[in-house]
Design a protein around this ligand. Structure first.
Ligand SMILES: C[S@@+](CC[C@H](N)C(=O)[O-])C[C@H]1O[C@@H](n2cnc3c(N)ncnc32)[C@H](O)[C@@H]1O
Length: 260
């Protein structure tokens, strides 16, 4: 069978002018845009990002697909099945489908599941990924905190899956990026206090979007639940890099003491 091409298109962290030229070209050239959203009645963030930028194409189909935010595989499986079969119908008709992903399609994206499933469902289908500006680089841009310099190491954690080892991670890595914060903010703050790194952490929500919010004093946030587009970036010391040398810590206590 001759399928259409399946694209995974990253459209950046929110500001429409952070779409790449390749993303715009791809989005304008396909007959079907697959637009994820988290509820049947909600808006698609992916569509909100691209709408101001892409040329109106009256013939183009905008296929809204619901993927609820849940950790329960049984709850989300039927939604994935529905989405895969709708995409499959179009690919089997020979239509190319661009699955639009906020940020980059390789970072905590539903497209990863689709990418894995596609060759089993549509053998020989061509898959192309268009990388996007990820929130992991957008947050350093809006806060002015570099991700890594010289020999520094970076850790990226999905906080909602647990932050019990956060103090150890903060010990081993120079920069820690906490994504998917959800209700874990109090635990994040607690671990930052334990390592005396609270003042080295910055909270950012909706980076690069009109609603962007940057909080440099995390104690202001209290038990507040992080929103869906929020991140905490922790940089454990001023940049070391190759020119300044590095400071090594052998234990959480050692690190906390240095910060005291
Ligand atoms: C499902 S992941 C998607 C990540 C996306 N694929 C990327 O490359 O940025 C969603 C998480 O990314 C982070 N995120 C995405 N966009 C963001 C933004 N504009 N500002 C801050 N954090 C953002 C938040 O931590 C959010 O919980």
């Amino acid at each position: 069978m001759s399928y259409g091409t399946l694209y995974g298109v990253g459209v950046g962290p929110g500001a429409p002018d952070l779409l790449t030229l390749r993303a715009v070209r791809t989005l304008e050239s396909v007959p079907v845009l697959a637009l994820p959203r988290s509820s049947d009645y909600g808006r698609s963030m992916a569509w909100q990002i691209i709408e101001p930028v892409i040329r109106a194409c009256p013939e183009q189909e905008r296929l809204l697909l619901t993927f609820p935010m849940s950790k329960d595989p049984e709850r989300i499986r039927p939604y994935f099945e529905t989405a895969f079969s709708k995409i499959g119908e179009r690919l089997e008709r020979g239509q190319s489908v661009a699955f639009v992903t906020e940020g980059d399609p390789s970072v905590f994206s539903t497209f990863i599941y689709l990418r894995r499933e596609a060759p089993k469902r549509w053998p020989g289908v061509t898959i192309e990924i268009v990388p996007g500006v990820t929130s992991i680089t957008a947050v350093p841009a809006v806060t002015g905190i570099p991700l890594a310099d010289g020999q520094e190491r970076i850790a990226i954690l999905p906080a909602t899956y647990g932050v019990d080892d956060l103090a150890d991670v903060l010990l081993k890595f120079d920069t820690v990026v906490l994504m998917k914060i959800g209700s874990e903010m109090p635990k994040v703050i607690e671990a930052l206090k334990r390592t005396r790194l609270l003042d080295r952490a910055v909270f950012v929500s909706h980076a690069t979007m009109a609603e962007q919010r940057i909080v440099r004093d995390l104690s202001e946030l209290g038990a507040q639940r992080g929103d869906c587009f929020a991140m905490v970036i922790v940089s454990r010391k001023d940049r070391s890099g190759v020119l300044a040398g590095d400071v090594a810590f052998s234990s959480v206590a050692d690190l906390a003491e240095e910060r005291a």
